[in-house]
Ligand binder design. Structure first.
Ligand code: P53
Length: 474
């Protein structure tokens, strides 16, 4: 048997993408609540607060807030041994800067985790998954403000204490490195609650926000370990490896720089200090960031226990500036890789890349890995009452095969695998329901119409036997 006996087979979601109940139980407005629905190739708009007449898909999402008991029974039938979700910060601290938490919000997650545990499903919890309190954006400028560190640490400490006997696996910031693309509005806002002035130099603002988040993450890790030494607290990195377009040494160098710009975040999480290539870059660009000696001590004292990461696709880059500094602009310089297929949304499907990145992480950090997202966003059609999502099964099967090779052939230590959106939910990038990842279908469309009924797709039956055989039967 390739995978360890206690391998965690799960599914992954995030609070704002499935719960709905955006004002239930005293919940506050989060950044996800002010994002409208987009479409394939059409960005979601970020509105000035919640405005009448707009379609905000996260407000209701798939109404998991009211349906979680029946849903978890279905997750148990699927055979999950873990369930990755997040705690909506705004249920616990509706505005983010309160001293006293909202009891109704805390109780909701007590009930949810109890329900999971009753079914033998371990909750795996992300503290901040694209859903910070909107009040922290309007009053403090989001993570550009150092004060937000204390608010986050207070939130982390509150939930660590409350759920210390119910949750073992935690992650601090979901895909903290998405904001390496600071040119588009999406990632800076969802990661860090950043909104920019028209003429503002965005890049140093992103680095400053990321620094505060890394300090907050490290402080949370340290406190978490004090509250329960058994806690496993990980990073969460969006891993899209960036390949060189050719064997031209300039392309190789360009790809290396691109990887540095996208993955220095995990260096800090794991090693507890900044890598020299990034401090040299700050110096060269003249970025003077607010980083104190106390911050450096915090970073060193709160390194992560494992690497949680998402893997959907790979990127490729070509050197187009003839080596003039090999600087890299994530939003502009990526090219289409002709060796791999792409999804309808242009995400380049690359199963072997999963084995490649598992080796990359293992070589660099020698920490256990946890694949906390992987999946295929596609349009599903009901034929004779059932969705035959063979394309999704093919995607997941190909990735699980590579994951097993990384364990078996390359000796990588792997904790678990939680495919993304295994129950259909609102897409983060586009706000659509149509971009589905699920093994469980949810009857709802982009306009918000539908019964919200749940039903099993063909991939449900397939994944059930994958889990039952601990990955032997694919
Ligand atoms: P959607 C970009 C690149 C890789 C992962 O994404 C990303 C994103 C943001 O769109 O997000 C993660 O829904 C994220 C989830 C998200 C999922 O991937 O845009 O952690 O919240 O839903 C899939 O298709």
């Amino acid at each position: 048997m390739t995978l360890r006996k206690d391998f965690l087979w799960g599914g992954a979601v995030a609070a704002h993408q499935l719960e709905g109940g955006w004002q239930a139980g005293g919940k506050g407005v989060s950044v996800a609540d002010v994002m409208t629905v987009g479409a394939n190739g059409v960005a979601r708009r970020i509105t000035d607060g919640v405005l009448p007449g707009e379609n905000y898909p996260n407000h209701e999402a798939i109404d998991f807030y009211h349906r979680y008991k029946a849903d978890i029974a279905l997750f148990a039938e699927l055979g999950l041994t873990c369930f990755r979700t997040s705690i909506a910060w705004t249920r616990i601290f509706p505005k983010g800067d309160e001293k006293v938490p909202n009891e109704a919000g805390l109780q909701f997650y007590d009930d949810l985790f109890d329900e999971c545990l009753r079914h033998g499903i371990a909750p795996v919890i992300t503290l901040s998954h694209f859903e910070m309190p909107y009040h922290l954006v309007t009053e403090y400028g989001g993570w550009r403000n150092r004060k937000v560190i204390d608010f986050f640490v207070h939130f982390a400490e509150t939930v660590f204490r409350r759920y210390k006997d119910k949750v073992t696996y935690w992650m601090t910031f979901n895909e903290i490195n998405n904001q390496a693309n600071y040119v588009d509005d999406f990632a800076p806002f969802t990661n860090s609650g950043l909104k920019f002035e028209a003429d503002e130099d965005r890049e140093p603002v992103m680095y400053q926000a990321a620094h505060y988040e890394l300090v907050a993450s490290a402080r949370a890790v340290k406190i978490g370990h004090e509250i329960n030494p058994d806690f496993q607290i990980g990073s969460m990195i969006a891993m899209c490896p960036i390949y060189p377009a050719t064997m031209d040494p300039r392309d190789i160098m360009k790809a290396q720089v691109a990887m540095q710009r996208r993955y220095w975040f995990s260096d800090v999480h794991v090693r507890g200090h900044y890598p020299s290539y990034i401090t040299a870059y700050f110096k060269r660009r003249g970025f003077t960031l607010d980083m104190t000696e106390a911050d450096r001590q915090d970073l060193a004292a709160g390194t992560v226990d494992y690497i949680g990461f998402s893997y959907y696709m790979s990127f490729a880059v070509k050197d187009t500036d003839n080596g003039a500094g090999f600087d890299y602009d994530e939003a502009k310089e990526l090219i289409r890789n002709p060796y791999v297929e792409a999804s309808d949304w242009g995400w380049q499907i690359d199963p072997l890349g999963l084995r490649y990145v598992m080796n990359w992480f293992n070589e660099r950090y020698e920490l256990p890995l946890f694949i906390v997202e992987n999946g295929f966003g596609a349009v599903d059609e009901v034929v004779d009452g059932k969705i035959q999502d063979t394309y999704r099964i093919a995607y997941l099967k190909a990735h699980i095969e590579q994951m097993k090779d990384a364990v078996d052939i390359d000796g990588v230590e792997l904790i678990g695998y939680t495919p993304w959106g295994f129950i259909d939910l609102v897409s983060a990038g586009t706000g659509e329901m149509k971009k589905r990842y699920g093994m469980i279908y949810v009857d709802k469309d982009n306009e918000g119409n539908g019964t919200l009924n749940r039903s099993k797709k063909a991939s449900f039956d397939w994944y059930q036997q994958v889990i039952a055989s601990n990955g032997e039967v694919l």
